[in-house]
Design a protein around this ligand. Structure first.
Ligand code: PBG
Length: 326
């Protein structure tokens, strides 16, 4: 009897055969590592819902950066937790705001490191929203002015990439115009083009102390049910001059990552967010999953989906594991 079928297993017969035909790879330069810089002294607080992630004050930043460099990580994304907050988030754009101070320090001590500045107001505003608030409304155009000021302050401090995340309409156009006028034509914008209103941001809000004090972010972040809307958001950001497109969160939105990769000719960045990180840490602490293989499979899945770069809290672990595999 002769039956016809394909022998797929031929290419899986040994470790070397599998590596010969492997289609996607993880590299340390794929990762962008988020850092939480805390205004104050002698602070190195582990975030309870994110084991292995620390809020650090300036006096502990050099040691943290040395560790990051030793892992082979080449870019960091900075979030700040200021001492004081107010209605319009002045510490976000003040020359002595914590992110500006941290950026100057990193660029002086570690000039090769790519510093990506998260451009948003929610960590700096007393109400915890990402823009200017009137009553319970988050105002669009008024918020843009403050965002532009923030981006310029970050660029002046030496940031290599500006990453606006507040989801106001027109933020790329406004920031591009502001940066150009201030003499920063060369600085790229990594836009959080496609950012969903997600429950997966929970642990981040503990880490960055930026939870909204009333309401939620659903009038500016996207509805998780929508796909067409992701194309509209990305199209307008591309037209306004974005240099990178971020899709956020990661795991539940891999379909959107593939859509963006197939449609736009810009580097696609996925944000493997705090809740995704926390779930894996919690399950592995319970002995329910194997952390190393789970994390590497997740990150590889993101690349396979079309991500060129991955913002991830697991960057240090992943670099260490990748070295072990070599
Ligand atoms: C602030 C911001 C958030 C995250 C990154 N920037 C929180 C939010 O929008 O509520 C979440 C990142 C994460 O969960 O890891 N605009």
């Amino acid at each position: 009897m002769e039956i016809q079928f394909s022998r797929h297993r031929r290419l899986r017969s040994s470790a070397n055969m599998r590596s010969l035909v492997r289609e996607n790879h993880l590299r340390p330069e794929d990762f962008i590592y988020p850092l939480f810089i805390y205004e104050g002294e002698n602070i190195r607080n582990e975030v309870s819902s994110m084991p292995g992630v620390f809020q650090v004050s300036m006096d502990n930043l050099e040691a943290e950066m040395e560790e990051i460099v030793a892992h082979g990580i080449k870019s960091v994304l900075l979030f700040g937790i200021p001492k004081t907050k107010d209605a319009c988030g002045e510490q976000a754009f003040h020359d002595h705001g914590i992110i500006q101070v941290a950026t100057r320090f990193i660029k002086e001590k570690f000039p090769e490191m790519i510093v990506v500045a998260d451009t948003c107001l929610c960590e700096y505003t007393s109400h915890g929203h990402c823009g200017v608030v009137e009553g319970e409304k988050v105002l669009n155009d008024e918020s843009l002015e403050l965002l532009v000021k923030t981006a310029i302050a970050q660029a002046k401090a030496g940031a290599d990439i500006i990453a606006p995340s507040n989801m106001m309409d027109g933020f790329v156009a406004a920031i591009r115009a502001g940066l150009d006028e201030a003499g920063f034509k060369e600085i790229p914008i990594m836009s959080y083009a496609v950012k969903y209103a997600s429950a997966f941001y929970g642990p981040f809000r503990e880490a960055a102390e930026g939870a909204p004090q009333f309401g939620d972010r659903k009038t500016y972040q996207m509805d998780p049910a929508n796909r067409m809307e992701a194309f509209r958001e990305a199209e307008s950001d591309v037209a306004e001059g974005a240099d990178f497109l971020i899709v956020k969160p990661g795991l539940p939105y891999l379909d959107i990552v593939r859509d963006m990769k197939n449609t736009f000719n810009l580097p696609i960045v996925i944000y493997n967010v705090s809740g995704e990180y926390a779930m894996v840490k919690a399950a592995s602490a319970n002995g329910w999953i194997d952390e190393k293989s789970t994390v590497l499979e997740m990150l590889l899945g993101m690349k396979r989906a079309g991500a060129d770069l991955i913002i991830t809290y697991a960057a240090k672990d992943a670099c260490r594991w990748l070295k072990e595999e070599q």
